[in-house]
Design a protein around this ligand. Structure first.
Ligand SMILES: [Zn+2]
Ligand SMILES: [Zn+2]
Length: 73
């Protein structure tokens, strides 16, 4: 999976949980938002797959219910 810099639209380098843009010299992280209630989701990595947990809905969200965006880390 590749992520593009939100400023430059250039491919970024994966650094663990973060993404690094050479041009910005900055790191970005993926922020997930619940499509049902709009609150920020917690990313849970398990068995190689990542899931999103909503504290407000108190349930795991499938990818189709998650809006993701890149924010400065
Ligand atoms: Zn950039
Ligand atoms: Zn929710």
């Amino acid at each position: 999976m590749e992520r593009l810099c939100p400023v430059h639209a250039t491919p970024m380098e994966s650094r663990g949980k973060l993404w690094h843009c050479e041009t910005c010299a900055a790191n970005y992280r993926v922020r997930g938002e619940c499509a049902d209630c709009g609150s920020e989701l917690e990313k849970i990595a398990a068995c190689g797959a990542s899931n999103w947990w909503c504290n407000r809905c108190n349930e795991l969200k499938s990818k189709s219910k998650v809006k993701t965006e890149l924010v400065a880390a």
